[in-house]
Design a protein around this ligand. Sequence first.
Ligand code: ATP
Ligand code: MG
Length: 390
Amino acid sequence: MNDILLLKQGEIVLKGLNRRIFEDKLVANVRRRMAHVGNFRIYAAQSTVYVEPLDDGADMEAAFEAARQIFGFVAVVRAAACPKDPQAIFETAREYLRDGFANARSFKVETKRSDKSYPLTSIQVSQEVGGLLSDAFPQVAVDVHDPDLVVNVEIRETAAYVHSVPALGAGGMPVGSCGSAVSMLSGGIDSPVSTWMTAKRGVHIIPVHFYSFPYTSELAKQKVIDLAKLLSPWCGRMTLEIVPFTHIQEEIRDHCPEEYFTVIMRRFMTRIAERIALENGCGAIVTGESLGQVASQTMQAMAVTQEPVRLPVLRPLVCMDKREIIEIARKIGTFETSILPYEDCCTVFTPRHPRTKPRLDEVIEAEQPLDIEGLVAEAVQNMEKVVISK
Ligand code: ATP
Ligand code: MG
């Protein structure tokens, strides 16, 4: 059977003159993802991206799964192409939807016709194909109001398509169509979700991880690499930047008041993230902070954390409950890895009584003994890059 995928474009169909730019990005993203699963002809027409296998080696099941993780589509549909006459459409539907008919008590045919030169109206096609299907499956009644099974037929310029049931697409915008951002990726539950949410809005991601060997183990680092790999089918190819953070944390421990350890550490993270962002032409820094979740995530602490930088700090989870965040983490497949027990550098030298409402002037005073510029430069110089691609 001549199976193809029809990927229905989402929000970008609302774009005006620059829609073409978004569509080209989307097609390029689909091409990159499909290259792993076979040879396909991939093109956009009429708010749809078509994925047509060029030979029998193409893995349509894998292509379907991959398509569901590409941002920019509201629906992913497998469809069988056939000649445009009702008899051929009927025969295709009979074979292609045999399982659907076996499980349904009622059905209807719904036809869309974008080939306006086609001699039959949509209603005529539906009636004719519906009649033939009704004869072929006499136990399944026609019900135009509330059928168990809808047989979708599309008459397009080149062929007719009979659809299987559409699956939900990933939504969002094509990755890369809305710029780039550095995303601070820890090994926890939250930051993979904030990274995913930002990519969903079309942002190319540069994940950055701070790593405090030997206070945190090789396994903690590997866990973050694994999380980045799980995110890559959604986010595309990424370069994970692993920043050595041990020296900075030791300096803070040795020279700053304990109650400010966390907030000073987080200010370093923000400064380094901005440095990486500016070097890579990124427009923002993303974190997985959520209001009130811990002492360092009060409004006051957030203000002090972002004070050293000028780029916007995006916090997609800021008003979400943990329960809602976990729901997304499960859906996108990161939760099971996130809950593995390896420690994060945030738990190294945690103050017994952190300040929940830090004052900026006091924090700046507390940072005075540190060579901030030197420590930032040293960390950036010793970064390790790991290319993550799907
Ligand atoms: P998460 O579940 O994402 O680890 P969290 O609730 O544990 O978040 P914190 O540890 O306070 O919260 O971290 C808040 C945010 O700071 C994280 O969501 C992440 O964006 C960033 N962050 C924390 N630790 C690191 C790290 N080691 N490397 C990179 N970013 C980090
Ligand atoms: Mg954490």
